[in-house]
Write a protein that binds this ligand. Sequence first.
Ligand code: DX5
Ligand code: ZN
Length: 217
Amino acid sequence: MSRPCIHPSILNADFANLQRELGRIRTADAVHVDVMDNHFVPNLTIGLPVVKSLRAATELPIDVHLMIEDPDVWAPQYAELGCESVTFHAEAAQAPIRLARELRAQGARSAMALKPATPIEPYLDMLGELDMLLLMTVEPGFGGQSFLDLILPKIRRARAAVDDLGGEIALQVDGGISAETIARAAEAGADTFVAGSAVYSAADPEAAIAELRALAG
Ligand code: DX5
Ligand code: ZN
């Protein structure tokens, strides 16, 4: 398993000062950008034009998490504008295998997310199409929620399946990751950690990133 990667989510950042907020997480492995459409989840954030500007404003890789309907239509457009990693939700995709292949063909890392109540088993045969699997550890839609310990067995099953395939697929968790919870997620097998409030509500976000990385190691 590779070294732990920390992807701060800008959902909890100051949206009126995104460039400055990106400058507070220079030591991150990537910036996690939550796109919500108020249909797939009951919240609305940003879309293509803002992500395009973020792409131009940082050298950090962009890990975009699409909590939207019709990802088959929209996700390739995020790959096209230069997001290094594009995550669509399995529950929303019409043709997840075709979509994962399309994202890779465009040069992005293909990634698929599962909501907490979505089982992993129906997707095991398509893991090889993915560069990252995201297991949500809260119901998607909002930052600042509590980590769901009931997802730990699913993380373990996903780790075993990824290892069976040679371990090239990143295993990401998102929701409620903090200094209190990250070690449990890491022990279960996650290697890539999204942290929103734990990073952006800290006085020193880069110190928070270092602490999370150490606790996950
Ligand atoms: C929630 C988003 C998360 C969120 C995490 O639906 O996908 O990325 O920003 O925030 P915290 O770390 O505060 O749970
Ligand atoms: Zn997210």
